[in-house]
Design a protein around this ligand. Structure first.
Ligand code: C5P
Ligand code: MG
Length: 192
């Protein structure tokens, strides 16, 4: 199994690059943000609860997100591997992911961190908000709150994975294909 985490702040291009990566490497794409929005749109209990956090730009509690990822992995257990997009968001989620993959005798092979500075991220998110229909992309206050959550709860994961020798930093500004090629170079190093 090849398991990748695509890491970086909101608007870094995780979803866009994931789409290209799954095509080349035949992985299952798990975007926890997309799964949460699908739950919300379906009006499930989980989705309604999650929406209270999403609309404020706050993180949904670990147990909720971890349960959702567990279900996704179980229902895609024949996948050649996964790309985790927007997960893990906290150190507790990273620990849970290790345990889940351990059940498949697998691990996180590499963490690809897209580096984009904040002013560029705000521009991208507001632009995406014009067409995405996502309320959390349309308010600069909510966007700033998402960055605060990222800084305090998610960014520590880069040190966590650096200490495991798994973190690779990739420039996230520029031509999509140039960024994609830089990501592929890192993936090919760990791909057996
Ligand atoms: O990953 P994405 O940017 O699509 O996430 C949108 C929102 O979904 C986040 O701002 C957060 O409220 C919620 N989310 C979460 N935990 C995750 C993924 C997404 O709380 N692991
Ligand atoms: Mg995304």
């Amino acid at each position: 199994m090849l398991n990748l985490i695509i890491f970086g702040p909101p608007g870094a291009g995780k979803g866009t690059q994931s789409e290209k990566i799954i095509e080349r490497y035949n992985l299952a794409h798990i975007s926890t943000g997309d799964l949460l929005r699908a739950e919300r749109n379906a009006g499930t209990e989980l989705g309604n609860q999650a929406n209270e956090f999403i609309k404020k730009g706050e993180l949904v509690p670990d147990a909720v997100v971890i349960g959702m990822v567990r279900n996704f992995i179980s229902s895609h257990s024949s996948a050649a591997g996964f790309i985790f997009d927007g997960f893990p968001r906290t150190v507790a989620q990273a620990g849970a992911l290790d345990e889940m993959l351990h059940e498949f005798n697998a691990e996180v092979n590499v963490v690809l961190g897209l580096e984009v500075e904040e002013d560029e991220l705000v521009k991208r998110l507001l632009l995406r908000g014009q067409t995405s229909g996502r309320a959390d992309d349309q308010s600069e206050d909510t966007i700033r709150n998402r960055f605060r959550e990222y800084q305090s709860k998610t960014l520590p994961l880069s040190a966590h994975y650096t200490s495991q020798g798994k973190y690779r930093s990739v420039q996230g500004i520029g031509e999509l294909d140039v960024i994609f090629n830089a990501l592929c170079t890192e993936i090919d190093v760990v791909k057996k």
